[in-house]
Write a protein that binds this ligand. Structure first.
Ligand code: AMP
Length: 508
């Protein structure tokens, strides 16, 4: 089925129920919002002449209009390509071109960035709130285009180890399974329950839009569109019983802020995307109450591999409480998860290996990338690249990442994409980028370089090529990088070296 049916049905059955909020206000009710979505879908199909299956991007910071654009795309049988609004223009252009997007919805602040990097096939750039956007909302409405569970709904672009993003193909069925799993095991959303989107809708937070529409909840965005603890408290105190998805860094910022939450303001704060230290979870429980849930997932199995539910995180009286806080919880009901060795043999309880999974939320592959699909989905299992072990009760303990992904403030950064930029500088001979543990960000990006360029020049180079958040926080100039007999740079040795430098004198 087409996941857009959920929106249309809420419009039919509960036209007066709040659908979209911004700050303290209701900005649309289900009846009018569903009507708008049907009209915008009509404009795309009949006005623009797009056919089911064509791709339409959304490059925008969080706004209630994001939800309308997303659902109009699905209503029309098209495929949504939500793009992280914090990416560099060149990175955005790569995704728009790779996905073959026919059109893009953009926010005011990103219109010129997208326009100046637009690939040839991008026939339309629609500014949200602009004249074309308004005209679409007056077009003739159409019925929801029938879609099968396996039909493509969302191309979820993640970074690749090669440095190029890959588009995880998520179907209507994947998104429906993910939404059911969320409501059943993470957060029992009821009609009227709000979710506050303070993290980007192009990623984790956006994936929870659907569950709230399925249940007749309200999708709310902060007025500022971003993450400000004081604003979040004000919005939650106003709406009450609010859920939110947050990276661990965001939860730490909430805990450290003077923001005051009234009893009943928070329903659930779900964290995922990066590990949270046990001490931080305890501090968050003290400060925010028994509202924390954890999910472990990735774009390839959106938000859904294992989960540690609210009741277990809050149950301090359980003898295994602290131990379990250090885990990523147990597999969702719709997921089969295991740990395998390098040859793909299934390992026993307590043994460490790569986490693999299969089940109804798992993607069908990467868009236009057969080699990566075959590697990632070999044997019918999604190979997550994460390393962990299950205990005898089925709790997953994530140890490390198989690849060298850096997660800084909840955002993924693959070293190779930063290294490639640094190596463009004529005075840089070699570069190796690693993550350094950091109390605020989880990890920060550190570049080890062989050569003698001024750091300011390297910074400028990075800013001209990749997103600001991927720029190294520190450059360490060395005579040589640690290498194996085969000449491969040894990142593990480099990380150890870096940790020693942090502990000892002479830190650069
Ligand atoms: P993304 O595809 O951007 O959602 O990133 C997914 C990656 O984030 C996973 O493969 C893990 O490495 C990491 N991750 C996600 N959730 C958790 C979690 N609860 N604990 C630790 N790492 C996580």
């Amino acid at each position: 089925m087409n996941i857009a049916l959920w929106f249309a049905r809420q419009g039919q059955g509960h036209p007066d129920a709040a659908a979209l909020g911004q700050g303290l206000d209701i900005v649309a009710r289900y009846g009018e919002a569903a009507e708008t979505v049907a009209r915008m879908a009509g404009a795309m199909r009949n006005g623009w002449g797009l056919a089911p299956g064509e791709r339409v991007a959304i490059v925008a910071a969080n706004t209630p209009a994001y939800v309308e654009a997303l659902y109009a795309i699905w209503h029309a049988g098209l495929v949504a390509v939500p793009v992280n609004a914090k990416l560099h223009g060149l990175e955005i252009a790569y995704i728009l071109e790779h996905a073959g997007c026919a059109a893009a919805f953009v926010s005011d602040d990103l219109e010129s960035t997208v326009a100046s990097h637009a690939p040839a096939g991008l026939a339309r750039i629609i500014r949200i709130g602009g004249p074309e956007w308004r005209a679409m909302r007056a077009a003739e409405p159409i019925a929801v285009e029938p879609r099968l569970d396996g039909d493509l709904a969302w191309l979820f672009y993640t970074s690749g180890t090669t440095g190029r993003p890959k588009g995880a193909m998520l179907s209507h069925g994947n998104l429906a399974a993910m939404s059911h799993a969320y409501v059943a095991e993470v957060d029992a959303v009821a009609p009227g329950d709000p979710i506050l989107h303070a993290a980007p809708m192009s990623h984790g937070s956006g994936l929870y839009i659907m569950a709230h529409i399925m249940r007749g909840g309200v999708n709310v965005v902060p007025e500022s569109g971003g993450f400000d603890p004081m604003e979040i408290a004000a919005v939650m105190n106003h709406w009450r019983n609010v859920s939110m998805f947050a990276a661990p860094t965001m939860i730490k910022r909430l805990v450290a802020s003077p923001a005051a939450f009234e009893p009943g303001a928070i329903r659930t704060i779900t964290w995922g995307g990066a590990p949270m230290y046990v001490e931080d979870t305890r501090a968050a429980l003290d400060r925010l109450g028994p509202c924390l849930a954890q999910i472990y997932g990735q774009g390839e199995s959106p938000m859904t591999i294992t989960t540690l539910p609210k009741a277990e995180i809050a149950d301090a009286s359980h003898p295994l409480w602290l131990e379990r806080l250090a885990s990523a919880g147990r597999a969702y009901a719709c997921i089969e998860a295991a740990v395998v060795d390098a040859e793909g043999r299934h390992l026993s309880v307590g043994e460490t290996g790569e986490v693999i999974c299969r089940g109804s939320p798992v993607m069908s592959g990467y868009w236009n990338n057969e080699a990566a699909t075959a590697k990632s989905l070999r044997g019918g299992w999604l190979h997550t690249g994460d390393v962990g072990a299950f205990d005898e009760r089925g709790y997953l303990f994530l140890k490390d990442r198989a690849n060298d992904l850096i997660i800084s403030g909840g955002s993924n950064i693959y070293p190779r994409e930063v290294e490639e930029v640094l190596l463009e500088h004529p005075a840089i001979r070699e570069a190796s980028v690693i993550g350094r543990a950091d109390a605020d960000w989880g990890e920060v990006v550190i570049a080890y370089v062989v050569g003698d360029a001024p750091p300011a020049e390297l910074d400028a180079l990075c800013l001209s090529r990749i997103a600001r958040f991927k720029r190294p926080k520190d450059y360490v100039f060395v005579d040589a990088l640690p290498k194996s007999n085969y000449g491969k740079i040894l990142k593990t040795a480099l990380r150890a070296l870096d940790a020693n430098r942090q502990g000892g004198p002479g830190v650069s």
